[in-house]
Design a protein around this ligand. Structure first.
Ligand code: TLP
Length: 347
């Protein structure tokens, strides 16, 4: 099977499995797991922050950040196709008692500009409204097709938010993809944000885990919330050993995933009935519209599955994500398979 459903499907490399098998461990709830501590120190260093924390998943990392930054009744400004809004099961309302204020970015990239955030702000002492307690950003933007936000753009939002005493959290599940695409560092790209979550278990290829980075004070509070939410793991060094390899080694090969995604997009864009601007594909996510084929995405995905290709479809679009388990040959075979299915349709 050529599995393009997500970069979450990656399996740990041999080096990761070997490191996991021999990892030095301790009880991380006591802060005594040396491998976890090494991973946290390295993440803090790479992101140029005071501290970092390992958490089981990206969802938990985002939810802890929202909890630490806000109080119940606050409003959180967020792009309306972001993961926190669409795919975290209303957790921000359940856990933090906040309202998410979904705000549409009119830019194709899906990245909100300050001019779009400003009208959504609630600041001051309006007795009726709920106050803006946080702004959440996402880089790369998954549902907008892995699009990237520059450091300048991100800093502009952070500076203006901070001038109103509003913190900014970045869902950087794929921040390393964004940094590679923009030829910069994750430190540079996230400097203005008060907290960042990034995933070890997506394009970086670790089996489990995400990390939060921020100030020591933020991370101390985040550690307490991780425990409350049941995320205090014991000999987590077994997982952190794979995480260390993901952090140190995997960013070097993301360029390959991006080149594969671009080639996939170029091939797909040539197929009748598919609408896709391949120039907009700069990381590892390809989203294309199939309405003009007269077929539903679910139907096309079922046909693809029968021919050995897995993809995700919803509304009028299909998403394909490249990762370390996808080769150039897989990409070419996928393009041929989509072409075959849609050509057969036209006969
Ligand atoms: N994204 C998954 C699905 O949940 C949609 C995927 O296949 O892309 N932030 C962003 C931007 C994400 O894309 C995801 C996962 C998460 C957070 C959550 O990470 P996990 O799955 O580790 O909780």
């Amino acid at each position: 099977m050529i599995d393009l459903r997500s970069d979450t499907v990656t399996k740990p490399a041999e080096a990761m499995r070997a490191a996991m098998a021999s990892a030095e461990v301790g009880d991380d709830v006591y802060g005594e797991d040396p491998t976890v501590n090494r991973l946290q120190d390295r993440a803090a260093e790479i992101f140029e922050r005071e501290a970092a924390l390992v958490v089981p998943s990206g969802c938990m990392a985002n939810q802890i950040a929202i909890k630490v930054h806000t109080k119940p009744g606050d409003e959180v400004i967020i792009e309306d196709r972001s993961h926190i809004y669409l795919h975290e099961m209303g957790s921000a309302s359940v856990i933090s008692g906040v309202l998410l204020k979904p705000t549409r970015s009119e830019d194709r990239s899906g990245h909100l500009r300050w001019s779009e955030i400003e009208p959504a702000l609630h600041i001051g002492h309006d007795y009726h409204g709920s106050a803006t307690g946080l702004i959440c950003l996402e880089n790369s933007h998954n549902m907008a097709g892995g699009t990237v936000m520059t450091a300048e753009h991100c800093n502009d939002i952070c500076d203006r938010a901070h001038s109103h005493n509003i913190p900014v959290h970045l869902d950087g599940a794929r921040i390393f993809n964004a940094a590679v695409a923009l030829d910069t560092t994750v430190g540079e790209l996230t400097r203005g944000c008060d907290s960042v979550q990034f995933c070890l278990s997506k394009g970086l290829g670790a089996p489990v885990g995400s990390m939060l980075v921020g100030s020591r004070e933020f991370i101390n509070e985040a550690r307490a919330w991780r425990k409350r939410l049941g995320g205090g793991m014991r000999q987590a060094g077994i997982l952190a050993a794979a995480g260390l390899i993901a952090l140190e080694e995997s960013p070097k090969r993301l360029r390959e995933d991006h080149a594969n995604a671009r080639r996939l997009a170029e091939g797909l864009a040539e197929i009748d009935g598919i609408s896709l601007d391949h120039e907009s594909v700069v990381t590892n996510i390809v989203i294309f519209d199939v309405s003009a084929t007269g077929r539903t995405p679910a139907d096309i995905c079922n046909n693809l599955r029968d021919l050995g290709v897995l993809a995700l479809g919803w509304d009028s679009v299909i998403r394909m994500v490249t990762h370390n388990g996808i080769s150039l040959d897989d990409v070419d075979l996928t393009n041929e398979t989509v072409n075959k299915i849609l050509i057969n349709d036209r006969r």
